[in-house]
Write a protein that binds this ligand. Structure first.
Ligand SMILES: [Zn+2]
Length: 248
């Protein structure tokens, strides 16, 4: 179970990360306002729940897409490592992420401190009985010739444990993210256009609850005006510098 609050006296730092933090790891923005999926309706069908559940051909193409997806082979970059360094310095840190790549955890952040709003591409889940397992196991079955592998528990349809278009976010994860946002003293939005809800709204909630709001993003966001600090420099250098300062 994820830890929402901190037992320490030091200020709680919440970090909201979007696609921009993983660009240096070679992962493109799939889901953002200008992301690949929004520009390609056919590709978007592969990650839309209604089409996925209704059409075996969509599922076969989805599994092929997952096989070719570079996300599982990606390595954390300097920005992910900087978050871990902040946490190890003794500052209480929680990460709320729009990413499904699992790179915060791979960099060394304890999983209980990461709230994955859109789920994880590193696991599969059964749409029938909710059984889960490592994505690698499901992909091994695809490699072995099952082009739409059914659940071994119940025979149901398997999918990536990510939130597809047309699916609701996990209310538990979302509730924890909101609680962290309200509790933190510093809220750093990094690599997010802050245009996709509900992640975007969290920046506003943080500011309303008195947190210092820092936006680190190459492009302007709707929350720049509200922010105490806006950083436009490349995330790979800007985030480590900023977090070092916060570690003080
Ligand atoms: Zn099942």
């Amino acid at each position: 179970m994820a830890e929402v609050t901190s037992r320490h006296d030091r200020p709680l730092v919440a970090i909201l990360s979007g696609a921009g933090i993983s660009t240096d790891s070679g992962i493109p923005d799939y889901r953002g306002p200008n992301g690949l999926w929004r520009r390609d309706p056919e590709a978007q069908k592969l990650v839309t729940y209604e089409y996925y559940m209704a059409d075996p051909e969509i599922r076969r193409r989805s599994w092929q897409m997952r096989r070719e997806n570079r996300t599982l082979k990606a390595e954390p970059n300097a920005a992910h490592r900087a978050v871990v360094a902040l946490e190890r310095s003794g500052v209480p840190v929680r990460v709320i992420t729009q990413n499904v790549d699992g790179l915060h955890q791979l960099a060394g952040l304890p999983a209980r401190k990461v709230f994955e709003l859109h789920g994880s591409a590193r696991s599969f889940v059964c749409t029938g009985c909710h059984a889960r397992g490592p994505m690698e196991d499901a992909l091994a079955r695809v490699e072995a010739g099952e082009d739409d592998p059914p659940c071994r528990e119940c025979g149901g349809i398997l999918k990536s444990a990510t939130v597809m278009f047309g699916q609701r976010l996990d209310p538990v994860v979302l509730g924890q993210a909101v609680a962290v946002t309200k509790a933190c003293q510093v809220f750093v939005a990094v690599g997010s256009s802050l245009q996709v809800q509900p992640a975007a709204g969290l920046a506003g909630v943080a500011a309303e609850h008195g947190a210092r709001l820092i936006v680190v993003n190459a492009e302007p966001t709707p929350y720049d005006e509200m922010a105490d600090e806006v950083v436009r420099e490349p995330i790979g250098t800007a985030l480590p510098a900023l977090l070092e300062r916060l570690a003080g």
